[in-house]
Structures are given as C-alpha cells and as structure tokens.
Design a protein around this ligand. Structure first.
Ligand code: ZN
Length: 264
C-alpha cells in the first residue's frame, strides 16, 4: 500500500518537474522510480529529505538563469536533468533506504541516507550559487591558480559557504524528523560536515581524474561530449573517459557516507 502511495506521489512530482522542464522524459521516469522506492520503503520522513534536495536544487538551477546562461556550455548538461543525473544524485540514497528495509532497527541507513543527500545537495548548491560569485574561483589542487567560472575543480570561499549551507539544509530535517530515535546536535554537525566533504571530493575529482573535453571551435574546455553546445565534436583532453559527471556525483554521495561512517 505504501509503495503504491509512493508511486502515485512520485509520479505527480516527476510529472510536474517534467512539465516545468526540470526533468526530461528519462529523468522523470528515473525520478518516479527513486521516489517510489524512497517513499514506499522509507516513508514520509525519507521522502521529505529527498524532496528538500530535489526542490532546492532544481529551484536553484532555475534561479538566476540569465546570469548563468553564458556558462551552460561548460557543464555537461543543461537544467533539464536526465536519468543519469537522477541516479547520480539519488542512487546512493536509494541504496540506503533499501538497506533500511533489511535492518529496520539500525539508525545507520537513515544517517547514511541523509549524508549522501547532504553531499549531492552541497555540490549542487556550490555549483548553482558559486557561479554567481563575481570573482573567479581557484583550482582546488592549486589554490594560487585562478580558473574560469564553471571550471570543474574550481573552488571559492563563496561556493564553499553555499555548499555548507546546502549540506545543512539536509542535515536539519534529518535530525529534526529522524524516524530512528532522537539525534542530537552532534549528528547535525556530522551530516553537515560529511556533505561538505563530499562536495569538496567532487571538486577534487573534477580537478584531477574526471573526463574533460575541449571544443576546437570555441577553444574552450567543457564536460560536454560527444557534442559541445555549439554542435562541434569535443575532444578528450584529460581524465578517465569512463568517469563522467554523473559518476562523479555518485562518488560525491559515497564519499559523504564514508566520512560519516568514519566520524561516527
Ligand atoms: Zn563549441
């Protein structure tokens, strides 16, 4: 019954997001699946955390759209999220809600679930708000080096604060609505720190091993492949070709969980 209820609610949210172009068709199907599993197995507390991530991150992608338009050619995807992005951001969370079904007495799946969402939310907030920073970011692997806005691996104080805030926005309901017994302030700090760590790990991968391409027509670095926004075929310049942006997001969530387990 709860699964059915989850399916209905997830379909409504995904359809709405599809209609306002926050998700494409594949993304809406993927989001329906993720939402059904999370609400169906976990319940409303789990669904609220997922929705907090989903609504704030797609809201921020839509906000300040004009100011960000010039940067869209750098990112691998536009604001309409596809199935790869949905699973990249929600895959780890889906895994932990499934784990909760097997170990309903344990509080670990809930905390790990929250940490993974805190990490991907932190990363999204840093990306979406960081580009509004008037000063260009610095490379995470070489803080003396300034890079163009939107460059993978670029970090700034502004972006890091946005990331911290994005993480806390998940950690707060995670602690307040905990379905696994009372969680104190330490858990709020723990989940927030883990989310921030996950998002910094995301930047680190972006600066080092994430697949990066180059558009010969515009002479610009981009994550977009095989075609750049201009239609020209982009060529691989560095990083592991299998490690695309979706997989980096997945790694960001996993890293957030690992840090949580380590700190616990
Ligand atoms: Zn181009």
């Amino acid at each position: 019954m709860q699964i059915l209820c989850g399916f209905v609610l997830a379909s409504i949210v995904a359809y709405g997001a599809y209609r306002v172009h926050s998700l494409n068709k594949g993304g809406a199907v993927a989001a329906t699946f993720v939402g059904t599993v999370i609400f169906g197995i976990g319940g409303w507390q789990w669904a609220i955390l997922l929705l907090t991530f989903f609504i704030t991150s797609s809201g921020l992608s839509r906000a300040f759209r004009k100011r960000k338009a010039a940067l869209s050619e750098k990112f691998s995807k536009g604001q309409e999220r596809d199935a790869g992005q949905v699973f990249g951001n929600g895959g780890v969370a889906t895994f932990f809600v499934a784990l909760h079904a097997f170990y309903p007495e344990s509080d670990l799946p809930w905390i790990a679930f929250a940490a993974s969402l805190a990490a991907v939310n932190a990363d999204t907030w840093a990306t979406e708000l960081g580009v509004l920073n008037p000063t260009p970011p610095r490379m995470i692997t070489n803080l003396r080096k300034r890079v163009e806005k939107g460059t993978s691996g670029g970090v700034s104080l502004f972006g890091t604060l946005a990331s911290l805030l994005g993480s806390a926005v998940i950690a707060l309901p995670a602690v307040l609505l905990s379905p696994v017994g009372t969680l104190d302030t330490n858990y709020f700090l723990l989940i927030t720190a883990a989310g921030l760590a996950g998002s910094l790990f995301d930047s680190l991968l972006g600066a080092t091993v994430q697949a990066m391409y180059f558009c010969p027509a515009d002479q610009k670095e981009t994550e977009r492949h095989p075609l750049h926004t201009c239609g020209t075929e982009s060529v691989h310049i560095r990083g592991w070709q299998w490690l695309d942006n979706d997989r980096v997001n997945l790694a960001c969530g996993v890293f957030g969980v690992l840090i949580t387990l380590l700190l616990m």
